[in-house]
Every structure is written in C-alpha cells, then in structure tokens.
Design a protein. Structure first.
Length: 256
C-alpha cells in the first residue's frame, strides 16, 4: 500500500513539471487542418494557380495587376502620353478610340466616322494633327479626349449636351463654337490665339475674355451674364450679348 501511494505521488510531481504552453500547442496541433496536398503526378490548372498566387494587401485589396500601377489600361493598352497628356496607347504609338481615352460613346462614334480616316479603330499621329473638328448635333455629353488634338484650330461642338468643356490643352485654338449646350463655366484663358468665340445659349454666368487680345467676334447671348468686360479686346468687331442679365456695358476700349 505504501508502495502504491509513493508511485502516485511521483506521477503527480512529473505532471506538475509539464509547461502549460506545451499542452496548448498540442491541442492546437490536434485541431489544425491538415495541409492540402495533390496526388502524385497531378498539377493545378492555370486558373487555380492564379487564385493561389494572388495576394491581398493590409487593407484587404487585391494586389493583382491594376491599370495605372502596371502601366496598362482596361483594354490592355500601354499608358503613354500624347502632347504631354496621359493616354492609353498601343506599342506602335497609336491612340485607340476606346472608352479609356474617350469616355463618351457618341464622341467615339464621331471620331470613328469622321477622324479615323482608315477606319481601323485607332488614331495615328497624322490623324491627331487634324486642325478642325465639327461634331455639331452628335448628341455628345462629354468631349473628354479633345486634349489629344494639339494642332486643333477650329472646334465646332454646338447643339450637344455638354455641361463642361476643357480646352486648356488646345493652345492653338482660334475658332470655338460651343453654343446651344448646357455649359455652366467656360475657361478660355489659355487660348491667346482665339479669334471667334460663340458660346451663346448656355448657362454661363461669366465669360472672361481678358486673355484673348485677338478676339474679333464674340456671341455670348442667351446666358445668365450680369457683367461683361471686353476692355482687353481691342480687336473686337462683332459682339452679341443680348438676352442676358447685363445692365451696362463699356465699349470705350473697342474702337472697331
């Protein structure tokens, strides 16, 4: 009996020396799922391999290829520049008439029909040097992409659905006809060569032509203008500012 009690006491002492962490590790090993292995000779498909290789960042966003990070657009074209403006381009330097470059479908249709002279779906360097674009009445809502036409001298985009128009990259623009749209603002401060400006029938509250010294003809009628300063336009010959909110107009600096 004494011998049995001695054996039990020794067993208790041994168990008390086992670290708690070791017991926890043993429990975790028992519950951890076994690593998945493939039968000998079997390999993963390309799709399965792609899924396994995709990684996730700390924010939980996949780090698989992203357009701007990898330098490609949604259509797989390389991100390059046209006249200093970012654009999706082919390896041959052509500008695709795609939604990456021209988001508005109606504008793309116009370019494909009127500017893409060889109808291949791309704009070459020569085609981008066009000096005139006339897209009146094409039901266009956005002219985004017009900035790629650096040689443009005449832009006619009347009777469309434009709410904004950025011509800050079309520095050679001399004739701008953007009447009968829904423009609420128009910046022509970057156009020193501007000669004709027809922006009638919009929703403009201001037309600043102080940086357009060569301006000879201005039609800003049917807008919500409350003031108009043409003192910096000595070449101005034709001015139509009817049906606006103007109550006074100083033409003392316009001898012509």
């Amino acid at each position: 009996m004494k011998r049995l009690l001695a054996m039990l006491l020794a067993l208790v002492m041994v168990l008390s020396l086992v670290p708690v962490t070791a017991l926890q590790a043993f429990a975790e090993d028992e519950t951890a799922p076994a690593e998945q292995t493939l039968p000998e000779g079997e390999v993963l498909s390309e799709e399965e391999t792609a899924v396994q290789e995709e990684t996730v960042s700390d924010e939980g966003i996949s780090t698989a290829s992203e357009d701007l990070i990898t330098g490609t657009c949604a259509g797989g074209h390389t991100i390059g520049t046209v006249g200093g403006v970012s654009a999706a381009m082919t390896a041959e330097g052509l500008l695709p008439i795609c939604s990456c470059n021209f988001p508005d479908a109606a504008f793309r249709s116009y370019l494909a029909a009127e500017i893409d002279t060889d109808y291949d779906g791309y704009l070459s360097e020569e085609e981008l040097r066009v000096v005139e674009i006339n897209c009146d009445q094409w039901n266009i809502s956005s002219l985004q992409g017009i900035e790629y036409f650096g040689e443009l001298y005449t832009l006619q985009c009347q009777v469309n659905n434009l709410t904004e128009l950025d011509v800050s990259h079309n520095l050679k623009l001399g004739h701008l006809y953007c009447g009968n749209n829904d423009l609420t603002a128009l910046d022509v401060s970057m156009l020193p060569e501007l000669f004709y400006l027809y922006c009638y029938d919009n929703q403009l509250t201001e037309v600043d032509v102080s940086n357009n010294p060569k301006l000879a003809s201005l039609d800003c009628s049917e807008n919500a203008l409350t003031k108009l300063d043409v003192s910096q336009n000595p070449a101005l010959e034709i001015l139509n500012c009817g049906i606006t909110g103007l109550t006074e107009l100083d033409l003392s600096g316009n001898p012509k």
